[in-house]
Design a protein around this ligand. Structure first.
Ligand SMILES: *Cc1c(COP(=O)(O)O)cnc(C)c1O
Length: 389
């Protein structure tokens, strides 16, 4: 493995020209400055202002979704997604263990229980084949409602993540959810700009969440959005995320328990500038992915993850996948790349191994556990192209 490690380091340092590269940083120019400055000059920096509306409408146009509601971060968006999809206290929500912790944390915010399910190799998303088999074993339908035979709890939804911007097997997963009458929730936090058979991710389930955190493909500083094709639900979501205030010029009346999850106008202004450039970012990211693919084309011990069949991925992060899991190799690669200021990252710890999720129900997660020690994310910011190619 030493040869592989040294060769990999050599490839990366030569491609990155010995320069320092973080995993992912945002790209700004005059446009961001102009719009943010406009908020400051006009005083519209906070919870109301025209950029919030503009960002919502621009996201609707870009993703083809009927209703978009922007919020203060992706985690809040997920919380609203679960709440709005009928997830109730004590329900189980099927969810990958291989995802960012927020996917499962937000299930707990609803006092529901994550039920971890296995992924598949091609997309690193939830495996529809294994899940179908598993549900046929542990599921019981009572009056059209799915229950977990072993715990007697209702299973109300399936959450899926489009890992690193690669769409999961959406058609098959949607089909499975329809058969069992459970809600599909897409954690599309990493997937803005990714399409499945020409349809933007986030359009397939009941609700979807986006994130515009600083490390995502576009950023609003901190921010997120809820997407839904159910227009009536979209209106309810807007109400719920804006403290459930009843519209009135001066009265303070609230008609339900609401949340102050709204995105400030100044963040939305940043988002409008960023979104207008997303297709340029993706073009650049696809070129960076091509460079990495070429760099590791003849490698026999590892490969670069490619966009799944029928998809256009945004290639948010590039991923080197080892053919054989090896904790020591990944550890050594992390150490060596970091000592050369190439800030690679390992995969998240699978969630079922975290203390606060250790007692959650789960299926066999062999591949998930194997992947923890098989993946390395490579620097993928758009600036890499200007400075290398
Ligand atoms: C970034 C991310 C989130 C959460 O987004 P925040 O805006 O940081 O709260 C959720 N899920 C996934 C898969 C993410 O990558």
């Amino acid at each position: 493995m030493d040869d592989f490690i040294n060769n990999t380091l050599l490839k990366l340092t030569s491609f990155l020209k010995g320069k320092e590269f973080p995993l992912h940083v945002p790209s700004f120019n005059q446009k961001e400055q102009d719009l943010v400055l406009d908020c400051i000059k006009t005083g519209w920096v906070s919870s109301v202002g025209s950029y919030v509306d503009q960002l919502e409408r621009d996201l609707e146009t870009y993703t083809g979704i009927k209703k978009c509601v922007v919020v203060m971060n992706g985690t809040a968006a997920l919380h609203i997604c679960y709440m709005s999809s009928g997830v109730k206290e004590n329900d189980e929500v099927l969810c990958p263990s291989l995802t960012f912790v927020a996917t499962a944390n937000a299930i707990r915010y609803c006092d529901a229980i994550p039920h971890f399910v296995e992924i598949e190799k091609d997309t690193l998303g939830v495996c529809p084949i294994k899940l179908r088999k598993y549900l046929s074993e542990i599921g019981r339908i009572k009056n059209g409602v799915l229950f977990n035979k072993n715990t007697d709890r209702r299973i109300s939804a399936l959450a899926i993540t489009h890992i690193f911007g690669h769409p999961a097997k959406l058609e098959e997963l949607k089909q499975l959810c329809d058969e069992y009458s459970i809600a599909l929730i897409e954690d599309a936090a990493e997937g803005l700009g990714s399409f499945y058979r020409g349809i933007h991710v986030g359009n397939f389930g009941k609700c979807a969440a986006l994130s515009f955190n600083g490390n995502k493909i576009i950023t609003t500083g901190g921010g997120g959005a809820v997407l839904t094709n159910d227009e009536e639900l979209g209106i309810k979501i807007k109400h719920l995320t804006t403290t459930a205030k009843v519209g009135h010029s001066w009265l303070y009346v609230y008609d339900q328990l609401g949340y102050n999850y709204r995105m400030p106008n100044i963040n939305a202004a940043l988002g409008c500038a960023q979104l207008s450039k997303i297709e340029d970012f993706i073009l650049t990211k696809r070129k960076i992915a091509d460079c990495y693919l070429e760099l590791f084309r003849e490698e026999t011990d590892a490969f670069i993850m490619k966009e799944p069949e029928f998809c256009r991925s945004n290639y948010w992060l590039n991923t080197l996948v080892l053919n054989n899991e090896d904790q020591d190799t990944i550890k050594c690669l992390l150490e060596k790349t970091h000592s050369h200021k190439i800030f690679t990252r390992p995969l998240w710890r699978p969630l079922h191994l975290l203390t606060h999720f250790k007692d959650c129900p789960r299926m066999s997660l062999e591949l998930t556990e194997k992947m923890e020690h098989s993946l390395l994310n490579l620097p993928s910011s758009v600036e890499i192209l200007d400075e290398t190619c």
